[in-house]
Ligand binder design. Structure first.
Ligand SMILES: NC(=O)c1ccc[n+]([C@@H]2O[C@H](COP(=O)([O-])OP(=O)(O)OC[C@H]3O[C@@H](n4cnc5c(N)ncnc54)[C@H](OP(=O)(O)O)[C@@H]3O)[C@@H](O)[C@H]2O)c1
Length: 249
């Protein structure tokens, strides 16, 4: 198991769900974790849990809604990370659902800003310094619905499909200089985001995969941590499906 002592990990959307579980798992490996979200109580709870287990973490409340918020986050993260961010987990996301004819221009812009534009500029700002230091790792959190057409998820799926292509492009751009870039594509996972979807629909989605169940956030976190560490030292540019087998069948 790779030791992450001395590494700083920035995890967007780590006050809840998959990001929170990932922050806890990275801290357990020794990384100093930068927790990012919008809800102060959830942020404090995540940091308290990490510190209670002997880990190291600090948090910042940020709504990642535009280029400026991404730039401010980078500035804070470099400072909070003692001058370096070695691991970036682009996990925060928005999943607006419904028929395409019901989507507004604001829905379109919000989806592509949070899910594509913010990750794009976080990577553009942080990857060059990782490359200069000769080590870095980036994991983008996508979704299984970036790989097939799902009615009601056109905007969400399309935005994550863009992130998956960016994952390959960044692997090509930075991989030769020690920065690995990969993605994880979750299937239905028990988080707050999932609470917004009716149980019936969740169970129906889950039943379509061989595993026939909803995942726990920790099952996603272990895949993200695998890709983020040197355990995956020869893995560049992949999107790892962690979806109970849905896209394979
Ligand atoms: N759950 C699933 O079934 C599933 C399936 C496929 C993909 N995913 C993807 O997994 C990722 C994590 O989702 P989750 O299921 O763990 O959901 P979650 O429990 O609702 O967590 C979402 C996290 O993102 C943060 N966040 C959302 N929008 C943000 C913004 N604009 N600025 C800053 N922080 C923001 C939230 O912060 P606050 O709570 O502090 O507001 C929270 O920490 C998302 O990208 C999602 O699309 C989830």
């Amino acid at each position: 198991m790779t030791d992450l002592k001395g590494r700083t990990a920035l995890v967007t959307g780590s006050t809840s769900g998959i990001g929170r579980a990932t922050a806890i798992a990275l801290a357990a490996r020794g990384a100093h974790v930068l927790v990012v979200g919008r809800d102060e109580q959830r942020a404090r709870d995540a940091v308290t849990e990490i510190e209670g287990s002997g880990g190291s973490a600090t948090f910042r409340l940020t709504s990642l809604v535009d280029l400026e918020s991404a730039r401010e986050l980078v500035e804070w993260a470099i400072d909070a990370g003692n001058g370096h961010v070695d691991i970036l987990i682009n996990n925060a996301g928005v999943a607006l659902m419904g028929p395409s004819n019901a989507a507004t221009e604001a829905d379109f812009d919000e989806t592509f800003t949070v899910n594509v534009k913010v990750p794009f500029f976080l990577v553009a700002s942080l990857a060059p310094a990782m490359a200069e230091r000769g080590w870095g790792s980036i994991v983008n959190v996508s979704t299984m619905v970036a790989s097939f057409g799902q009615a009601g998820m056109a905007l969400y799926g399309a935005s994550r499909a863009a992130l998956e292509l960016l994952t390959k492009a960044w692997a090509a751009e930075y991989g030769g200089r020690g920065v690995r870039v990969n993605a994880v594509a979750p299937g239905p996972t028990r988080t707050r985001m999932m609470e917004a979807i009716p149980d019936e629909m969740v169970n129906h989605l889950a039943a379509l995969a061989p595993a026939a169940r909803v995942a726990e956030p920790e099952e996603l976190a272990s895949a993200i941590v695998f890709l983020a560490t040197d355990d995956a030292s020869f893995v560049h540019g992949v999107t790892l499906a962690v979806d109970g087998g849905r896209v394979a069948t």
